[in-house]
Design a binder for this molecule. Structure first.
Ligand code: DC
Length: 240
């Protein structure tokens, strides 16, 4: 699509939520690329919190430790065309935040209300500028309740576990589909069950089931929804 044609979408906000393995990250990145938007990986931000807590031996339940983390927060996030690059100051922690330990710890740290409040404030600073696709668990409900487009991705648990298994295999991490099925069920339970900012579909989100779709098909399905919702005839001026 030409840059001229994309201009009609400039400034819009797209919120994509869903459980692990639903295809969220890949789809959100590709949608951002196709529309010339920025991509905001909110999960990477919770992972960075979990990483720094562990690195600095901080306890998220202790107010002083949390304040220390917040006052010294020096994380930057950008998408380099293939992955979210995360720096703590000058240190590249992009790989470190993806290991299994930090994956589990990020879900646990994301239960803390003060952590969520801090993250949501940072995310809202970014979406105020528009032209962004954000991806996570609560982006359509809490972070950007007035997003122009809200998508909730779903897929059956086995398909999600198989996708996660293949991803780990590609990265040289030994695991099994059964193990991923179990870990995912636990993470889903934790992410959906928390009282603040749970994994949830916004009432006005469009559900896209990716179980039977390959990535290209899923991207096309989501892009179609985005374009319809963002077309001048259907938008009502919503923002964050
Ligand atoms: O999307 P992800 O797997 O990288 O996210 C890591 C964890 O962060 C996930 O288990 C739940 C948490 N998270 C969250 O609570 N809210 C978000 N908007 C994004 C992620």
């Amino acid at each position: 699509m030409s840059a001229g044609k994309l201009k009609i979408y400039a400034g819009k906000v797209i919120a994509i939520d869903g459980p692990a393995g639903s295809g969220k990250s890949t789809i959100a990145r590709k949608i951002a690329e196709r529309l010339g938007f920025e991509y905001l990986d909110t999960g990477a931000m919770y992972r960075a919190v979990a990483w720094v807590m562990r690195e600095e031996k901080l306890d998220p339940d202790k107010l002083d430790d949390f304040e220390y983390m917040r006052n010294n927060w020096n994380m930057t996030f950008h998408y380099d065309g293939t992955r979210t690059v995360v720096h703590d100051g000058s240190r590249d922690i992009s790989e470190d935040i993806r290991n299994e330990e930090i994956t589990a710890a990020s879900s646990a740290v994301a239960l803390r209300p003060r952590v969520r409040e801090f993250m949501v404030a940072l995310q809202q600073q970014r979406i105020a500028r528009g032209s962004v696709v954000l991806e996570g668990r609560d982006t359509g409900t809490i972070v950007a309740p007035r997003a122009h487009v809200k998508i909730f991705l779903v897929a059956d648990p086995r398909t999600r576990a198989e996708r996660r298994f293949l991803e780990y295999m590609r990265n040289g991490i030994a695991t099994s589909v059964e193990e991923q099925l179990e870990k995912m069920a636990e993470r889903d339970r934790q992410d959906s069950g928390r009282s603040i900012g749970p994994l949830a579909k916004a009432p006005d989100a469009i559900v896209v089931d990716t179980t039977e779709l390959n990535i290209e098909e899923a991207v096309e399905a989501v892009l179609k929804v985005c374009k319809t919702r963002m077309s001048p005839a259907t938008t009502s001026g919503g923002r964050q």
